[in-house]
Design a protein around this ligand. Structure first.
Ligand SMILES: [Zn+2]
Length: 345
């Protein structure tokens, strides 16, 4: 079979193959190779390292500024850390001294370790309203009675206040504890109105830790005289109303002694602590009231003897035998009153 029309073949002969070949010839390819000099800096003498150094030199002040700033920040941080550390140490020391003082008081006054409040717990949250402090009715009544006496407020120190009623001092708590190495019989049923104690007396004698607890039954007039004179009275001393303090029946005549007892059961006997009347203006009730001074007494400065009220076989205190319920001394400075014990019936 023969192709009738092959004119198209003839026409193709007019195509110049050289035109195609020239486009992909080696000579032409070589012209598209990228010359490195076209992207490198035109100045071939500038080397990269030199360029970096010039850049550094250009930004040197800024770099120095950054380095100095970092150094200052480090120094400042170290200083702040040191200050915080010192403050923490100071706070710890202060907290320790605070706890020591608080403990010494809470333990020494009653010989019982009361729960201590750390300074951290004392910080009040502004969002939480402070709880109302519950005042025991017995304490409130005793306070009302003492206020009615109209004694000078400087004689008192509320930090020594304590109530020993059944609610404030439950029956399950200790009846007897230790103070100054001797038995301290808790004055159950009484309210203690704290008295001011001279800081020098406490500091010099360490009375909260070394002195024992004793009780001194007395009249309101004699108690006021003791607090005003800042020392205990001996028989023959003039009281603040001008009268002389006498010797009680049963005690050694012509011997000037101050009498105390390790138990309030003995000191509160009517012969030592006379009852007086008190009418409350708050609840309109009438009471019989007694007062006894709670004291710290220096060990080895007194003599011990048996009861002098002719109790015979009647046991006066379940914790102290009758043969040891009375102490006497001639040394005024061996006694410090720190509480006015009040009982209202
Ligand atoms: Zn109470």
């Amino acid at each position: 079979m023969k192709i009738q029309d092959d004119s198209w073949l003839n026409e193709s002969t007019t195509i110049q193959p050289t035109e195609i070949s020239t486009e992909f010839s080696e000579s032409n390819i070589s012209t598209v190779i990228i010359d490195p000099t076209t992207w490198l800096p035109t100045d071939s003498t500038v080397k990269p390292a030199t360029n970096l150094w010039s850049n550094l030199k250009q930004h040197l002040p800024a770099l120095i500024g950054i380095v100095v700033g970092i150094c200052l920040c480090v120094i400042l941080s170290v200083c702040i850390c040191c200050c915080c550390r010192r403050r923490r140490i100071r706070k710890k020391k202060h907290g320790a001294s605070y706890r020591t003082h608080s403990d010494s008081e809470s333990v020494s006054e009653d010989g019982i370790e009361l729960p201590t409040i750390s300074p951290k717990k004392k910080i009040k949250s502004p969002t939480i309203p402070a709880k109302k402090v519950r005042i025991c009715p017995q304490m409130a009544l005793a306070k009302e009675f003492v206020e009615s006496l109209d004694w000078d407020s400087v004689l008192f120190d509320s930090s020594h206040d304590k109530c020993y009623c059944n609610n404030c001092y439950p029956a399950t708590w200790a009846n007897v504890t230790d103070a100054g190495g001797q038995k301290y019989v808790i004055p159950r049923g009484w309210v203690r109105i704290g008295l001011y104690v001279d800081a020098a007396t406490v500091g010099v004698n360490d009375i909260w830790n070394k002195w024992i607890v004793t009780f001194h039954g007395t009249s309101l007039l004699a108690a006021k005289s003791i607090l005003h004179n800042r020392q205990f009275c001996l028989p023959g001393d003039k009281l603040i109303d001008g009268t002389l303090l006498g010797i009680r029946p049963g005690h050694i005549p012509d011997k000037k002694h101050i009498y105390t007892s390790p138990t309030i059961a003995y000191s509160s006997l009517p012969v030592y602590s006379a009852k007086s009347d008190f009418n409350s203006s708050k609840n309109y009730c009438a009471y019989k009231v007694q007062v006894v001074l709670q004291c710290r007494q220096k060990p080895n400065t007194y003599s011990v003897q048996g009861e002098t009220i002719d109790a015979r076989t009647t046991r006066l205190c379940p914790f102290i035998p009758n043969s040891e319920v009375e102490y006497f001394t001639e040394i005024r400075g061996s006694l410090v009153a720190y509480g006015l014990l009040v009982k209202l019936i």
